[in-house]
Every structure is written in structure tokens, then in C-alpha cells.
Design a protein around this ligand. Structure first.
Ligand SMILES: *Cc1c(COP(=O)(O)O)cnc(C)c1O
Length: 368
């Protein structure tokens, strides 16, 4: 049997047409009309005014931190139950991440633990400047509760919506709640440019600042003149063309992801727990994520699938448990630890067919 991957890139057949257009124009880099078009498409889709295409989600987050003036020694709160890319750019700034646990209702950041973290920090005379909040696996965090805390404690909110393009909370797209937000178009994400990201910004001045930093911070002079540290973070026009092609299929892909989730839910054994979704969240079901009874059962299932050439992955290992962050503060009730122990992401690629899903379901049901 051909290998079934977790979430492989799904080309739509339209990409070639756009590539030809790029080649014909000669503008393969550094600029070109597809970058503008891709930014406009994302802006229109999510109802944002200011967006900047970048070469990855990670670089978009780094730019957001720079624009938010996060500096050496500043404290930044982060969702612990996330990919390491949510926290690495904080280290690039020599700032200090503080990790916050998830809740059981959403698997996303727990507003109670978040407020506890802030109160405890105040007692220690630590005043976090910002919050990097992940919308996990395509589903929104509790934005009503989070926004109240963000306002009360005057935090700069940066939404890590890398996995959650097209997801809404109370009919507003995620990525537009914070001062900044970003998406990823890495190969495994719901739409892909092979590698890429998109930063959402609050105004044109901030967009100019981010563009300046993303293109080596060149001063306004005829020669190469630099007064600030800069980066090479811009998306190329060729990859933007791919993004434009992929965007046409976003809604279809979300539809397919939901069908995959529903099929698993209807057919998997009843003692398997699915990732819950809060009532106001309308997610994209990027990955179907489930919990087994315990670690042993999860590992057994993962290995059985692997023996049949089927890729599955444990849920994110919480960042506060990573050796990289062993000295950092963490606030929570060890919810994300338990999710990590028992949880598995199942194959959820939009090209998967029902026959393949049935094989996966059968293997799981037979073994738990
Ligand atoms: C993929 C991902 C990122 C990083 O995006 P890249 O484009 O791979 O740099 C950041 N955060 C989360 C939660 C992700 O899943």
C-alpha cells in the first residue's frame, strides 16, 4: 500500500497556470504582482486591511515581535500546547517566554491559567508585555475570555493562526483579534506555498516597518545604507503565485477536512475522544485529533498504523516540557501534559479517500 501521510501538500492543478504567468512576466523576484494579489486575497478573506507576505510563519511572528518592540529581557506569555515556532522568535529577541496551559474544553489556552499567570507575575514584579496565542489544530481559543484579560492587563496580543486559516470565533476570522496575527503556508498546512507566511498588521505604518525589516532594513539612500538590524523574510513572487492558486480552493479544502473529521467521528470506536470545539468557534479541522485511554494505547495504535505505512503523530509536546525551556515559568493544571500523553493526530490530508479512511479506522478499532 502507498504510504498515507498525516497532511501532505495538495496541489490543485491550477498552480502551473500561475507559474507560467510569473515566468512570462520575468518577475520571479524580488517583487511582482502576485505578492500584492496574494496579500489582497488573504486580507479580503479574513477582513483585514494590512497584510504582509513572508517566507514563513516563523518569520512573520518574528516581525510581529519586532514591530511590537519586544526586546531583550521582556516577558512574553505563550500557549504551551503548541509548536516550538510559537516561542522560538521570542528567543531571537532575547525576550523570555512564560508558558500557559490549555483547558479541557478547547485544548487551547486556558483563560483561568492565563489570569493566574498574570497575577502571579505581578507578585514577582514581572510584567509581561505580550501574549502569543495559538489557535490549535484549526480551532479558535476562547476569544471572549482572552480579550477581556488582554485589555485588563494591557497585553499586546499576537495570534498564532498558523494552522487556522479560515477559522472564525463568533463570525470574526482568527488572526484579526490581536494587534498582530499570522498564518503559515508550510507544506503541511491547509493551503501551502511550499513555504511561506502572512503577517496581519494594525495599520499602514506598521506594515511599512515590517516590510523594511523583512528586506534587510535599507535606509532611504541611493547606495546600501543600514542603521538597524534587518532580515531576509519576504515571500517570493513565484511562491505568491502558488498561494493565489491555492486560495481558490481554501473553502473546498475546509469542507473536505470537515468531512474527514466527521467520517472518523462516526466510525471510530465510541471510547475514543475527539478534540472538542467551543460553540463560537467554526474551525477548519486542519487535523483530526483524538485521545485514547492512556499513553500505552496511543503508542500501540501509532505503531500499528506505522507498520501499515500510515503516518500519525502524537499531539504537540507542551513547550514547558521541552529541554529548551526547562528554566522558564509555566502556569497551569497539567492539562496539556495529559493531552500529549494520550493524544494522536490522524491522517487528514485533503486528498485522502474513503477507502484509505476505512483502513485506518479498522486498524484503530481492532486495537483499542
Ligand atoms: C506551522 C506552525 C508555525 C510555523 O510556521 P512556518 O511557516 O512553518 O514557519 C507556527 N506555529 C504553529 C502553531 C504552527 O503549526
Amino acid at each position: 500500500m502507498q504510504k498515507i501521510y498525516l497532511s501532505p501538500p495538495h496541489l490543485t492543478g491550477e498552480e502551473g497556470k500561475y507559474f507560467e504567468e510569473v515566468l512570462a512576466s520575468g518577475w520571479i523576484a524580488p517583487m511582482g504582482t502576485f505578492i500584492d494579489e496574494f496579500e489582497n486575497q488573504i486580507s479580503q478573506k479574513i477582513g483585514a486591511k494590512h497584510t504582509l507576505a513572508t517566507n514563513s510563519g516563523t518569520s512573520a511572528l518574528h516581525l510581529a515581535l519586532c514591530c511590537a518592540d519586544i526586546r531583550a529581557g521582556d516577558y512574553v506569555l505563550v500557549s504551551s500546547f503548541s509548536f516550538v515556532a510559537s516561542a522560538n522568535p521570542i528567543l531571537y529577541q532575547n525576550a523570555i517566554p512564560i508558558f500557559v496551559d490549555s483547558d479541557e474544553k478547547s485544548w487551547n489556552i486556558c483563560p483561568i491559567s492565563l489570569e493566574k499567570a498574570l497575577i502571579n507575575c505581578q507578585q514577582k514584579q514581572i510584567f509581561p508585555k505580550a501574549l502569543v496565542l495559538t489557535h490549535l489544530y484549526g480551532q479558535a481559543a476562547d476569544m471572549d475570555a482572552v480579550m477581556k484579560i488582554v485589555e485588563k492587563y494591557n497585553l499586546i496580543l499576537i495570534e498564532d493562526a498558523a494552522e487556522s486559516l479560515g477559522c472564525t470565533w463568533d463570525n470574526q476570522f482568527v488572526g484579526t483579534f490581536g494587534k498582530y496575527g499570522f498564518f503559515s503556508f508550510n507544506g503541511n498546512k491547509i493551503i501551502t506555498t511550499s513555504a511561506g507566511g502572512m503577517l496581519v498588521l494594525p495599520n499602514e505604518n506598521q506594515r511599512k516597518k515590517a516590510l523594511f525589516l523583512a528586506t534587510q532594513a535599507k535606509d532611504d539612500a541611493p547606495h546600501y545604507q543600514h542603521s538597524e538590524i534587518g532580515y531576509n523574510y519576504r515571500m517570493s513572487n513565484v511562491l505568491a503565485a502558488m498561494g493565489v492558486a491555492q486560495m481558490k480552493f481554501l473553502d473546498k479544502k475546509i469542507q473536505k477536512k470537515k468531512e474527514i473529521f466527521n467520517f472518523y467521528q462516526q466510525n471510530l470506536s465510541k471510547n475514543i475522544v475527539f478534540m472538542p470545539e467551543l460553540e463560537k468557534s467554526k474551525g477548519n479541522r486542519w487535523l483530526t485529533c483524538v485521545l485514547f485511554q492512556n499513553f500505552e494505547q496511543r503508542e500501540k495504535i501509532r505503531q500499528v498504523l506505522n507498520q501499515h505505512n500510515i503516518e500519525s503523530r502524537p499531539l504537540w509536546k507542551p513547550l514547558h516540557l521541552q529541554p529548551l525551556f526547562s528554566k522558564n515559568l509555566y502556569f497551569g493544571e497539567n492539562i496539556s501534559e495529559k493531552l500529549f500523553e494520550k493524544g494522536l493526530c490522524l491522517p487528514s490530508g485533503t486528498q485522502i479517500n474513503y477507502h484509505e479512511l476505512e483502513i485506518i479506522i479498522q486498524l484503530i478499532n481492532q486495537n483499542c
